[in-house]
Design a binder for this molecule. Structure first.
Ligand code: ZN
Length: 148
């Protein structure tokens, strides 16, 4: 996979056009913002924790298809997971998109469609921005997450 067109698989385009869990909820226990100035992506993640479990998660995003699709898939993946489980998913996802994943891994489901970004280093930040923002929200950080 080295053609830019291959990067935009159908599942990515579909999520970017119809993002899941999009919009600011009336109440959210925690929120964080992220900014990827290289591409112009901006993400906000809204999180409700029940103990250490993510009971609800929404996002708002303005940016490229990769960042919006990644955020949309992320919210579907982490809802119902514990904070620690979400961190493990992020570690796996980061390994996937930076080309460090070993074969035989599973559990990332649709997120595996984003593995093509490893051929395009500038797009890796688009894919990981929502996750860095999620991590900040889970940690209760008030600072904006910046990729640069
Ligand atoms: Zn982007």
């Amino acid at each position: 996979m080295s053609d830019l067109a291959d990067l935009y698989q159908d599942v990515i385009l579909e999520h970017s056009r119809h993002p899941r869990n999009f919009g600011k909820p009336e109440s959210a226990g925690r929120q964080a913002r992220g900014n990827n100035p290289l591409c112009g992506d901006r993400v906000a993640v809204f999180l409700t924790l029940d103990g250490d479990r993510i009971s609800d998660v929404h996002f708002e995003a303005k940016g490229c298809a990769i960042s919006v699709a990644s955020a949309s898939m992320m919210t579907e993946m982490v809802r119902g997971k514990t904070v620690d489980e979400a961190k493990v998913l992020f570690d796996r996802f980061q390994a996937l998109v930076t080309g460090k994943a070993t074969s035989g891994w599973n559990g990332l489901e649709e997120l595996e469609a984003l593995s093509g970004v490893k051929e395009f280093p500038t797009r890796i930040k688009c894919a990981t921005l929502p996750w860095h923002t999620l991590i900040a929200a889970m940690a209760g950080s008030q600072d904006e997450v910046k990729t640069e």
